[in-house]
Design a protein around this ligand. Structure first.
Ligand SMILES: [Fe+2]
Length: 242
C-alpha cells in the first residue's frame, strides 16, 4: 500500500495550503474571528459519528483489516460531544427556533460539508476492507492538518478565556494520530500490505475523493468567514439567508 500512502502524503501537503488554513495562522486576527466557521462543521462533526458507527464498522468480522477498521471506529464515533461543547464555549450556540437550526444545517452554505460523510459512505459501500482503510488513512490525514492548526488557535484563545476546547484543541489532536488508531504497528502493517492492481486503482480513487470532498468543504467554510463577523454570528439567530 506504499503507493497509496505516498498519494495521501502528496494530497495532504496540498490540502494544508488551503486559504482557510492560512487564515487560521493569521495571528493579527482575533482567534474568535478565525473560528467563526466552526458552526458550519456541524454536518460533518455530527455525521462522522454515524459514518463510523453504521457505515465503516462491519461486525462481526473474520477479516483482519476489517477488524482494524472496527477498532478505529470506536475512537471516532463520539467526538461530536466535544464539538457541541466547543460551540457553547466559543459563544457560537445562539438560541433559535428549531426550524431555523434546520435551515442552517440543511442550507446551501453547508452543502459541501454535508457531502463529506455522504460521499465517503457511497465510495466505501461494499468496498473491500483495504479500500476502506485507504479512505480512513486519507480522512485521518485531513484531520491531522486541520486539528494541528485549530489546536493552535484554541490554545491562543484558552489564554484569555481559560476554557479547554476539547474538539478544536489539543485533546482531539492528541487522539487523532493521523492514522487508523487502536491497533499496534498499524502504520507498518498498512505499508507492508500488497495490493492487487484493482485494489490499488480503487484505493487511489477513494483517496482522491476524500481529499476532494474535504477540500470543497473547507473552501465553503472559508467563504462563510467572509460573510459575517464573530459578533454577528454570536448574536444573530438567523445564521443563513436563503
Ligand atoms: Fe475526531
Amino acid at each position: 500500500m506504499k503507493e497509496v500512502l505516498a498519494l495521501i502524503e502528496k494530497r495532504k501537503h496540498e490540502f494544508a495550503q488551503l486559504p482557510l488554513f492560512q487564515f487560521l495562522q493569521d495571528t493579527s486576527i482575533d482567534p474568535r474571528e478565525r473560528l467563526v466557521w466552526v458552526p458550519c462543521l456541524a454536518p460533518f462533526a455530527m455525521g462522522f459519528a454515524q459514518l463510523n458507527k453504521y457505515d465503516l464498522r462491519q461486525e462481526p468480522t473474520s477479516d483482519p483489516i476489517q477488524a482494524i477498521i472496527n477498532k478505529h471506529t470506536y475512537e471516532d464515533d463520539h467526538h461530536w460531544v466535544w464539538f457541541l461543547e466547543d460551540l457553547e464555549k466559543l459563544g457560537l450556540n445562539p438560541s433559535m427556533k428549531f426550524s431555523e437550526a434546520m435551515k442552517f444545517f440543511w442550507g446551501e452554505e453547508t452543502y459541501k460539508t454535508r457531502q463529506i460523510c455522504h460521499q465517503i459512505a457511497l465510495y466505501t459501500f461494499r468496498a473491500e476492507p483495504i479500500v476502506v482503510l485507504a479512505a480512513i488513512e486519507a480522512i485521518e490525514a485531513t484531520g491531522n492538518v486541520a486539528l494541528s492548526l485549530t489546536s493552535q488557535v484554541a490554545e491562543e484563545l484558552q489564554k484569555t478565556t481559560g476554557k479547554n476546547y476539547r474538539y478544536l484543541g489539543k485533546h482531539h489532536f492528541r487522539v487523532e494520530t493521523g492514522h487508523a488508531t487502536g491497533t499496534n504497528n498499524v502504520e507498518q502493517l498498512i505499508e507492508n500490505t500488497e495490493l492487487t492492481a484493482e485494489q490499488r486503482a480503487k484505493a487511489f480513487e477513494v483517496v482522491e475523493k476524500v481529499f476532494e470532498v474535504f477540500t470543497e468543504a473547507v473552501n465553503e467554510m472559508k467563504t462563510y468567514t467572509e460573510k459575517a463577523t464573530y459578533a454577528q454570528k454570536q448574536s444573530t439567530p438567523e445564521l443563513v439567508t436563503f
